[in-house]
Write a protein that binds this ligand. Sequence first.
Ligand SMILES: *[C@@H]1O[C@H](CO)[C@@H](O)[C@H](O)[C@H]1NC(C)=O
Ligand SMILES: *[C@@H]1O[C@H](CO)[C@@H](O)[C@H](O)[C@H]1NC(C)=O
Ligand SMILES: *[C@@H]1O[C@H](CO)[C@@H](O)[C@H](O)[C@H]1NC(C)=O
Ligand SMILES: *[C@@H]1O[C@H](CO)[C@@H](O)[C@H](O)[C@H]1NC(C)=O
Ligand SMILES: *[C@@H]1O[C@H](CO)[C@@H](O)[C@H](O)[C@H]1NC(C)=O
Length: 600
Amino acid sequence: MGILFFLFALTLTLSSLSSSVFGLTQDGEALLEMKRGLNDTKGLLSNWKDTDINPCNWTRISCHLHDQRVRVINLPFLRLGGTISPSIGKITRLHRLAIHENSLHGTIPAEIGNCTELRALYLRANYLEGGIPTELGRLSNLIILDLSSNSLRGSIPPSIGHLGRLRFLNLSTNFLSGEIPKTGVLGSFGNFSFIGNLDLCGPQVQRLCKGSLGFPAVLPGHVNDDEAVPPRRATSHYVNGVLIGAMSTLGLALFMLLSFLWICFLSRKGKLGKNYSNIGKKIDQDSGTKLVTFHGDLPYSSDEIIKRLESLSEADVVGSGGFGTVYKLVMGDGSAYAVKRIDRSRDKSDQMFERELEILGSIKHRNLVNLRGYCKFPTAKLLIYDYVVLGSLDYLLHERECTDQPLDWNARLRIALGSARGLAYLHQDCCPRIMHRDIKASNILLDENLEPHVSDFGLAKLLVDEEAHVTTVVAGTFGYLAPEYLHSGRATEKSDIYSFGVLILELVSGRRPTDPSFVKRGLNIVGWMNILSRENRLEEIVDKNCEDVDTDSVEAILDIARKCVDANPNDRPAMNRVLQMLEEVVMSPCPSEFYDSQSN
Ligand SMILES: *[C@@H]1O[C@H](CO)[C@@H](O)[C@H](O)[C@H]1NC(C)=O
Ligand SMILES: *[C@@H]1O[C@H](CO)[C@@H](O)[C@H](O)[C@H]1NC(C)=O
Ligand SMILES: *[C@@H]1O[C@H](CO)[C@@H](O)[C@H](O)[C@H]1NC(C)=O
Ligand SMILES: *[C@@H]1O[C@H](CO)[C@@H](O)[C@H](O)[C@H]1NC(C)=O
Ligand SMILES: *[C@@H]1O[C@H](CO)[C@@H](O)[C@H](O)[C@H]1NC(C)=O
């Protein structure tokens, strides 16, 4: 017995010695423990070995640059079985955990709450059971949380609402139940974050909760068999005869009152509803406030929209563009919109202004930001757009904290391609054709899949005086303007192409068109490229933060950019030609690989 204990103690000492003196880092050990939990029958993780010093060279792992702590675990689409080990909680500097589309079972370990630097957590499409751990509420840096398509049960912990930076949430297709908490950000997600669950209720899914605030989906006295709301169920078991009598009288009164209100509501809705069935129908209010919705794209009553717009405050500001402040508007059903408040506009009659807005509102394309409506208050003009969750390309390329994962090469190619699709549509397929006039990274918005949506098209024409334009453009725009546009102030399709070329250079180099590194030498990004090209050092233009660059596509895409920024406007290709060339770069090498990495 004593000897056994001695041996045991010896082994312990030795193993702790080995791991502290020449062994694997703690993160590495934690990953090996994870690997033991995963059923890696295909041996995909065979180079995860305890003989290494750190795990930074292991497949599908990447580390922070300086301290060799694990930053990314990327294991999606591998048909891994097994469970997620609680040792994940030791990898405390983790930023991205992507183990979606596998065959994992077991529960989500609460220890994940220890990984407080986590930005993105993808557990989608596994067989995970149990509840959503409350501890996820500790992940205050989380931007993306995708738990969809698992077998999660129970209610949604209110702590999720405290994730102030969360921009994408998907809890769809699980067995979640109960009321969706209204705390914090949880109020800002719409039904697509919650669809396909057993029994969720709340305004986000347009389902009133039984027993909450009196909607008599279940009449009092009826045994409420809803698993999800245990306290209420307890009361209905508890009722005695007297209570039943009192409650059903009360219930009947309540029911009649509510029916009356409901009928009032319906008849009112019918009246307003008519307005929405028409395209671009205007609704006049007495107060000089006027709301126009395009294509019935805002399924709310004008009263509700106006009320919500009026309640926008500083706290809702999400940015400021060249033309004014941008707010996030959240409607009662949880859907979010971006509201652009126009600070200045040229003297145009309201009629002309609205006519042109209506044209912009009629343009629909998956790579364009949808303009849904317009509201004129006596003091302000507001444009209502779709809300695009990840924000602008400018932000993602330049403004994020340096510890965040930079956009990878494939993402950049896809952003170039999608933006080109949107612009080609404006230039070639719209009637009338639309020049954008203000193409720049801050006008390319990215959704949760990093799919680009071009915004603000046509606004420059609408809001800025032609003659005064060049002097009034905001400083951030200069680097994108074609030389002939700067001279004449006249925008053409070819000046849009130039700006798009600059955008490509920005994507490849990760530098703003007016980056100090070349501006102090009297160059802009185009001049810098020309010099590098002349000196045969063009490969230096590529963003050092972008790890998975492949040289073939760099050359091809720089070639496209070079054509776009040709000094002679007549030599620049048309947008549909640019699109065609980009498609060749992005799609031709190996489309299946392209789409695989897209979902990673
Ligand atoms: C990682 O791999 C590179 C090249 O394969 C090698 O030079 C480096 O020493 C390895 N680092 C570790 C920590 O194993
Ligand atoms: C691992 O996967 C294999 C094949 O998919 C299966 O037969 C085995 O039972 C699994 N083992 C565990 C521990 O899940
Ligand atoms: C949580 O993090 C702390 C500090 O890094 C660590 O000591 C602890 O073991 C972690 N807890 C779990 C359950 O992994
Ligand atoms: C989601 O909500 C919108 C209105 O906001 C509605 O039109 C749509 O049918 C809902 N979708 C589902 C799947 O419930
Ligand atoms: C969430 O996932 C479901 C199922 O995978 C999907 O249908 C839905 O569109 C997703 N929601 C969002 C907001 O992406």
